[in-house]
Design a protein around this ligand. Structure first.
Ligand SMILES: [Zn+2]
Ligand SMILES: [Zn+2]
Length: 191
């Protein structure tokens, strides 16, 4: 296995954060990075202690859920809360920022936005980013964080056992066992 790139590493962090989202409309994650160090992270969700869209349904006004604070905002507010400067920082988001987040990102002094997916990219947000010299770059996530990898492994193990029971061809079993080990126990081969 090759070493994960910085871009993929930070974007994976954001996609992991998105799994914590409490709004059912869209799961977004954001990671703020300075000098290749993660300084804050956020996902879209209610205010601390508030009810969750997942439990109560979204609170929709004019087609938008108004209950949640966006991931980018939450990450920025974490910096405010703990007194961490954002000047010159970069942000990795799973989706292209909305207009409100775009303005907050610009105003916080961040210099670059990496996003994994286009999402209703607002022309005015694009214009504002350009105007303020904030670079935007599409960084699609190469690997999805797999929440069911354990189940997949169990299924593969079961299939191999069934092949042995069924007296399948030895060479085939050896070949498939090898492939299984490469997939599920790479440390045996690479470390
Ligand atoms: Zn919601
Ligand atoms: Zn937003």
């Amino acid at each position: 296995m090759s070493r994960i790139t910085w871009n993929q590493y930070f974007m994976a962090q954001s996609s992991l954060l998105a799994l914590r989202s409490t709004c059912e409309r869209l799961s977004v994650g954001a990671t703020i990075v300075r000098d290749k160090r993660i300084i804050a992270g956020g996902y879209n969700g209610s205010i601390s202690g508030g009810v969750h869209c997942r439990d109560e349904g979204c609170y929709v006004i004019d087609g938008h859920c108004v209950r949640t604070i966006h991931a980018e905002m939450n990450a920025l507010l974490q910096c405010a809360k703990f007194g961490v400067p954002t000047t010159g920082a970069e942000i990795y988001v799973t989706h292209f920022p909305c207009l409100q987040c775009c303005k907050a990102i610009i105003q916080s002094g961040m210099k670059k936005v990496y996003y994994a997916e286009d999402y209703k990219n607002h022309p005015y947000a694009i214009e504002l980013f350009e105007q303020s010299g904030v670079d935007t770059e599409l960084v699609p996530l190469e690997e999805q964080y797999d929440l069911i990898s354990r189940s997949k492994r169990e299924l593969a193990e079961e299939l191999l056992e069934e092949l042995v029971k069924a007296n399948a061809d030895q060479a085939t079993i050896r070949k498939l066992t090898n492939q299984f080990n490469h997939l599920f126990e790479p440390e045996k081969y690479h470390l």
